[in-house]
Design a protein around this ligand. Structure first.
Ligand code: UDP
Length: 270
């Protein structure tokens, strides 16, 4: 196993990290990642920690986007979300133990909060108008100890508008949630959180794509067997063919080339 560094991420246990596809990824199982995020929500620091979950598409994007790479370089947790990443890791002996998808991490975190009779305050940022409110209702029904204390769906192009960005920060900071769930799609969510994490008054921010839609029941989530066998992409393409077919076709061409490069480099990809 090519363990390239260890990281002491604020008050959390030292995690092993491996260099994989040019990114330092945390070697963590789902249970460990959930525990770590929960611990952070109970130990405030002076800035918000943030979590990213690279999948195949992000890995492809990273090759041509230095701005996204810069985000990954400082993220407090980098969790491999994607069956192909885990399979490649196993094939090349790199040691990523299992897939840690953001869309599973969030409900697992809520479940643990409920089971252990803790409380967790949450802000949902992203998804179409009204979706986060529906997600909040379902969250309260299923996990009463999880309190959604704010939701907001930013307008199109918000990220280019300084006044709107400040207004979003003001909304979040006025309620100071323990957990900020950010579902703005990649790479927008990662870039936005990275730009503002030192001003966000939350303990942890999770960049987790369509998770708010899944929690609201707005988008159907692939059945567990598809998620466990690497076939989730078929489900996603079928549910949003216009948006995703071209992206996945590109990924299918580029990703094998990256695997080849990764194998040749022996884990030293920059
Ligand atoms: N989204 C948003 N604002 C934007 C762009 C996207 O709230 O400006 C939301 C969109 O409504 C959806 C999520 O971001 O809820 C997209 O998640 P997904 O993981 O499907 O996006 P991807 O990262 O795959 O592009």
């Amino acid at each position: 196993m090519n363990v390239t560094c260890e990281t002491s991420v604020d008050s959390a246990p030292m995690n092993k990290r491996i260099r994989f596809f040019g990114v330092d990824m945390d070697v963590l199982r789902m249970d460990e990642a959930v525990r770590q995020v929960l611990a952070w929500t109970e130990s405030p620091t002076d800035h918000c920690r943030f979590v990213v979950t690279p999948n195949v598409d992000h890995t492809v994007m990273l090759q041509s986007r230095d701005d996204l790479k810069a985000v990954y370089d400082v993220a407090h947790l980098v969790l491999a979300d994607g069956f192909p990443l885990i399979m490649t890791s196993k094939l090349l002996g790199r040691g990523l133990p299992e897939r840690v998808a953001g869309s599973e991490l969030v409900p697992r975190l809520f479940e643990l909060t409920q089971q252990e009779n803790r409380t967790l305050t949450v802000y949902l940022l992203g998804a179409a108008d009204g979706v986060a409110d529906r997600a909040a209702q379902r969250i309260h029904a299923q996990w009463p100890n999880v309190k959604v204390i704010g939701t907001y769906s930013p307008p199109m192009g918000f990220e280019k508008d300084d006044a709107e960005n400040q207004a979003i920060l003001d909304r979040i900071n006025s309620v100071r949630p323990q957990l900020l769930v950010v579902g703005l799609g990649a790479p927008k969510q990662e870039l936005w959180v990275h730009r503002f994490y030192q001003q966000i008054e939350a303990d942890v921010a999770l960049c987790v794509g369509a998770t708010i839609d899944f929690l609201a029941g707005e988008k159907p989530q692939a059945p567990v067997w598809m998620r466990r066998t690497g076939l989730e992409w078929i489900h996603r393409v079928c549910s949003e063919p216009k948006r995703l077919a071209k992206r996945y076709a590109k990924d299918a061409i580029v990703f094998p080339q990256l695997v080849w490069k990764e194998w040749r480099s022996g884990g030293k990809t920059s």
